[in-house]
Design a protein around this ligand. Sequence first.
Ligand code: AMP
Length: 380
Amino acid sequence: MTAPLPPGATLGVIGGGQLGAMFAMAAKRLGYRVEAISDSHDCPATHHCDRVHVVSYADAEALARIAAGLQAVTFEFENVPVQAARAMAAVVPCRPAPDVLFATQDRAREKAFLVQHGFACAPHRVVRSCDDLRAGIATLGLPAVLKTAAFGYDGKGQRRLAAIDEADAAWAALGPAECVLEGWVDFDCEISVVAARGLAGETAVFEPSRNAHARHILDVSSAPAQLPAALLDEARTTTARILAALDVVGVACVEFFVTRAGGLIVNEIAPRPHNSGHLTIAACETSQFEQQARAVCGLPLGSTRQLAPAAMANLLGECWAGGEPDWSAALAVPGVSLMLYGKSDPRPGRKMGHLTALAPTVEQAIANVVRARSLACRAS
Ligand code: AMP
């Protein structure tokens, strides 16, 4: 049994975005030093980390040098090149291991993992040419979704295909990079489950949240998800099994489609805290970020108990279109809290922060967080 890292130890987080910043806040509260490793100076982690190393992820020597000053390293987004994590893992424990990153950062590999372990996922074909695409459409039918295998997020690198004559244009837009063609899933709603897994293989699973998207970007997450208890139990159990099969040490999120027939289909795995888990900061005994710190340090995982129904609404750059949003108006709504990521440039579609509402019912929490957001962003 490895001894836990004591407070005062220095943790590294690869990536400097808001997930790294919120990890740093949680880890620092537990007494750890946190250093971010980022390829950009201008990142949210600068506001919360003890140090930010600005380095190219391709510079293995520099990464190994940085790793020598750390006691453990984790990552905050899965599009970090796996070589960066491997260069650091050769020097210091990387949790989750780079292999987890490798398996989940590419849709083709992720689907192969799901199939190999018997987890239900959308019917799909790996596509390397326009001929593959046409053959895939012939097998899977239409509509279908073409997705780049690597480096997609928030709907980027995706095309919905409704007719065979759209194949050329879709391939011209997304190829020649390897893609995955997915058959259309007729879903009723989307849910996600965040869970942590510790060094000894113990897991702690959060309440599933229901996710609503707007223009391919997560808009509102709420929990409880208001679905049959048996379905939610199955989602939790499947998530724990996925973390075990990947041998995750840390936090991961599994996104599911809930089909109209009431079944669960895994859409994606994120080997890190997730946007849909941000409501755990205000709503749960232990947040997803504290769980990440606990798992990475070998501490016991905390209770995932949710203290009240909750809803989270993302704040995108659009909210700043009319100048600084009216935070006083938002914060006057009962049970609402605000988290801003400290990003300077509020571009449309950029995640700038989020609001969370706690309320006696989840319907009320959703209504309050949406109202708080529209009050804040009313000038835009
Ligand atoms: P993804 O980046 O894979 O999470 O996809 C972004 C969004 O597109 C999902 O949250 C769904 O709303 C939608 N989507 C993706 N794949 C499919 C599919 N195979 N069938 C239906 N909708 C999908």
